[in-house]
Design a protein around this ligand. Structure first.
Ligand SMILES: *Cc1c(COP(=O)(O)O)cnc(C)c1O
Length: 343
């Protein structure tokens, strides 16, 4: 296995803290809960994409790139962290956004930007709005890349979410990092709750990492954008492509990956009641800020699993805070009225 020799640039704050959440544990009356703070990776307000970008930017530097290109929703955390990583590496960035998404509704390119989009503008990312069908964006991106090459630039295209074997490798490392922390704390975790998406890099890397490191905990992925079957159809092949990339013969099977798709509806990006309740509980027990797109929904899964007795006081759960908090500000109009009055 060549895991330790794969090129990586040092742009994330690692290791991220693994901190206890005793008030939250007491409030729920169930397992001991610890938070893996990947919202504190640094790189323009943190999040899970910083870990992946350590490997993606190293690859871009090897290819002598001058511009990082990627695409996503206007509130993409991945695009925001890519814009930051580009600047740190002395590069420019081009971000391709859909002005209309069936998930988010429309974002008016002429309105004052909020949340992540505001941060992209501050960092001077070049923003291109793609008005066509989102599935057809690759031809549009190819055209922009060709224009950049004509101007003497060398673009490096990063897939949505930074989720390819190069990026997902970071989450194999994150398992080893956490195993060291557990050892130092003499802690034996039984579960790791993370958000599982159809970009899939985080869950794929974790699934592989757990198997390689013989981690004692089960990874439970809470779906954020598609049902379990669709999510697994991305996560499992990506885990195995990542295994190939890092040079191990270990493979992951479909049965080894757990995705719970009961907590993301009505759709990606739109918070439901459980999500808002989870945001409130985390904030009021631990001063911990979750986001309305990913981690709020995943915490609602954890809370519901405690209420249903799937997690008990015999369990020790790591909750993976993957970041995303800038989206709270972008959704202020929709969510501010949902929280209860102070007691
Ligand atoms: C992108 C993102 C995820 C999902 O990670 P993937 O590796 O793309 O599956 C989860 N949480 C937050 C906050 C994210 O920005």
């Amino acid at each position: 296995m060549r895991l330790t020799s794969i090129p990586r640039v040092d742009i994330a704050h690692l290791p991220t803290p693994l901190e206890p959440a005793p008030n939250l544990s007491e409030e729920l009356g169930g397992p001991e809960i610890w938070i893996k703070r990947d919202d504190l990776t640094g790189l323009a307000l943190g999040g899970n994409k910083a870990r992946k970008l350590e490997f993606l930017v190293a690859d871009a530097i090897q290819q002598e790139a001058t511009v990082l290109m990627t695409a996503g929703a206007p509130q993409s955390n991945h695009c925001r962290q890519t814009a930051a990583a580009a600047r740190k590496a002395g590069m420019k960035s081009v971000l391709i956004f859909a002005p209309y998404s069936k998930h988010y509704g429309s974002t008016d390119p002429d309105q004052a930007p909020q949340g992540n989009l505001l941060l992209d503008k501050i960092m001077g990312a070049r923003i291109e709005w793609y008005h066509g069908d989102w599935q057809d964006r690759l031809a549009f991106m190819d055209q922009i890349a060709a224009d950049l090459r004509d101007k003497g630039e060398r673009p490096y295209v990063i897939p949505g979410g930074g989720s390819n074997p190069v990026g997902a490798t970071a989450y194999v490392n994150a398992v080893y990092e956490t195993m060291n922390q557990l050892r130092e704390l003499s802690l034996n975790a039984t579960h790791w709750y993370t958000t599982s998406s159809t970009s899939g890099g985080t869950h794929a890397g974790l699934s592989l990492g757990v198997k390689l490191a013989h981690a004692p905990f089960t990874v439970v992925g809470s779906a954020c954008d598609q049902d379990a079957t669709k999510t697994k159809s991305v996560v499992v092949p990506l885990a195995n492509a990542t295994a190939e990339h890092i040079g191990t013969d270990v493979r992951i099977s479909d049965e080894e990956v757990i995705v719970d798709d009961n907590y993301y509806l009505p759709s990606y990006g739109i918070p439901n009641e459980g999500c808002l309740e989870a945001i409130e509980i985390a904030a009021r027990t631990e001063g911990l800020l979750l986001d309305p797109v990913y981690t709020g929904k995943t915490m609602s899964a954890l809370i519901d699993h405690v209420r249903k007795g799937k997690l008990t006081s015999n369990d020790t759960v790591i909750f993976h805070h993957t970041g995303g908090t800038p989206a709270l500000f972008a959704q202020a109009d929709g969510i501010a009225g949902s929280f209860s009055e102070p007691e």
